[in-house]
Design a protein around this ligand. Structure first.
Ligand SMILES: [Zn+2]
Length: 214
């Protein structure tokens, strides 16, 4: 985790220097970035009810209501700090639109997210382990502890995800084009992540064994 800083030209960013080379003032130190991020994503993905937040079927929560919850939890937090967290997030976890905010992915609560755009990629990728892969080829990919299966929009991204879990991951290539033609909706959460309710086994078109050189 990195500090959040502010560049007058480019806004909030993470790390020492802005992409333009400017070193901005610290807005929030990394320890607090981590705590606030965990809390906010927890609220939006897993337990909005715990704080009496109303969440609609597309995962949206009133932004001002969330500001109040966050201010109550952390004395140092504010509307500005919350916006800093959202706009500087490189993983694009959150979406802020009009007076509403939501998590783009990672939900365990039941959400439809039906106003999200559909993924247009021909192939999507899912990383797994060797042991798990043969099972998935039989029964398809279903969400585990989440309401959606999270797919990567390109091969490189899926390797990044895989590297966190296993030294010798298996990458499954999904025929998203075919599944789309068959009427299955896959949502595009952000540039790197697509969401599917499930992926039937017949759409797994390639099994790629990947071993990292490190
Ligand atoms: Zn800048």
């Amino acid at each position: 985790m990195e500090d959040i800083r502010f560049c007058p030209k480019h806004g909030f960013y993470r790390g020492e220097l802005c992409s333009c080379g400017f070193k901005g003032e610290i807005v929030l130190r990394k320890e607090k970035v981590e705590r606030l991020g965990k809390f906010v994503s927890g609220v939006l993905r897993h337990f909005p009810q715990k704080f009496d937040l109303e969440i609609d079927e597309n995962g949206w929560v009133n932004f001002e209501s969330l500001v109040k919850v966050v201010e109550k939890k952390y004395r140092w937090a504010s509307r500005w700090i919350l916006k800093a967290l959202v706009y500087s997030d490189v993983k694009k976890r959150y979406e802020l639109r009009d007076d509403k905010i939501r998590a783009r992915y990672g939900h365990s609560i039941d959400v439809k997210l039906s106003d999200m755009p559909e993924a247009t990629e021909d192939s999507l990728y899912y990383s797994t382990s060797e042991e798990e892969a043969s099972r998935l080829l039989e029964i398809g990919i279903k969400p585990v502890n989440q309401s959606y299966v999270h797919l990567s929009t390109n091969f490189e991204k899926s390797i990044e995800v895989a590297a966190l879990r296993s030294k010798k991951p298996i990458i499954l290539e999904i025929d998203a084009k075919k599944s789309r033609e068959d009427g299955i909706k896959i949502l595009k959460a952000n540039d790197f992540i697509a969401l599917a309710k499930e992926v039937p086994a017949k759409y797994i078109k390639k099994v790629i064994q990947y071993s990292s050189s490190v």
